[in-house]
Design a protein around this ligand. Structure first.
Ligand SMILES: C[S@@+](CC[C@H](N)C(=O)[O-])C[C@H]1O[C@@H](n2cnc3c(N)ncnc32)[C@H](O)[C@@H]1O
Length: 250
């Protein structure tokens, strides 16, 4: 509706009313953790300090370590996600586990002036930083469980979930939810872990995953999961121990 703010438009897409809190809609209230806790990596995201250094230092440095020297830069990741989602002005896009909103802001610019970019995260500290960062007025933030995004069925043209699926207690349920909120023909793009096939590396990577509370997916596993949910035109890119997988819901 003309004249509505992005947050007001987001409210119309939700399954249940949400309280407005510090610039974002909050469906979790006093609950500090969205979904069952999975370990140290997820806990770190809720600290006060990490969101302050996340976008500038933490994510680029950790990303480089995990993607390897030839993997995409942060700017490349944002460009690639925007391209693989095939975003157009007027689209509605959901950035699941948006953190401080780096991708959400870029999506907001791509779908402007009439579209909507929704950044969903469970951590108040991350969302406070995302709101403080500002961005296009097509952006709205939502505090909710990423595994069960509380949006009505078939409401979004694109779903992005970068650097988070491996942190969720129920990643397969999250994929079901992503397919549920996507419109037919909608696009998905995911960046997550990818264990290598070579046995010694595989063991070391699995141990690293267990210690940090993050699941190590196999190469090809996410593509197969998407295919099983009706996604087609699937593409896979591997760099270090990461994979970027994209597809279109048929
Ligand atoms: C590593 S950050 C990724 C942020 C951003 N997508 C990026 O690529 O830089 C992971 C985010 O997932 C969020 N998160 C983890 N589990 C979640 C859950 N069950 N529900 C909502 N957010 C969750 C954390 O709060 C954190 O902001």
């Amino acid at each position: 509706m003309p004249g509505q703010t992005a947050t007001e438009r987001l409210e119309t897409l939700l399954e249940a009313p949400a309280k407005t809190d510090d610039g974002y809609l909050d469906l979790l209230g006093d609950v500090s953790q969205a979904g069952p806790p999975t370990g140290v990596a997820q806990r770190l995201m809720r600290t006060t300090l990490l969101p302050q250094v996340y976008e500038r230092y933490w994510r680029p440095a950790l990303g480089r370590a995990l993607k390897g020297p030839f993997g995409p830069s942060m700017a490349d990741e944002v460009r690639l996600a925007t391209k693989l989602l095939d975003l157009e002005p007027g689209h509605t896009v959901l950035d699941v586990a948006c953190g401080t909103g780096r991708f959400t802001r870029a999506f907001g610019a791509a779908v402007g002036p009439d579209g909507l970019a929704i950044g969903l995260d469970g951590a108040r500290t991350m969302l406070a930083k995302a709101v403080a960062e500002g961005g296009p007025d097509t952006v709205a933030y939502l505090r909710a469980d990423a595994v069960h995004p509380p949006l009505k069925e078939s409401t979004v043209d694109g779903v992005c979930c970068f650097a988070a699926l491996h942190m969720f207690a129920e990643p397969e349920t999250a994929l079901d939810s992503f397919a549920r909120v996507l419109k037919p023909g909608g696009r998905i793009v995911l960046l997550t872990s990818a264990r290598r096939g070579w046995q010694p590396a595989r063991v070391a990577e699995s141990v690293g995953g267990i210690l940090s509370g993050q699941r190590m997916f196999d190469r090809g596993e996410i593509a197969a999961s998407l295919r099983a949910r009706g996604f087609t035109a699937i593409t896979e890119r591997y760099a270090g121990v990461t994979q970027i997988v994209a597809g279109r819901l048929s």
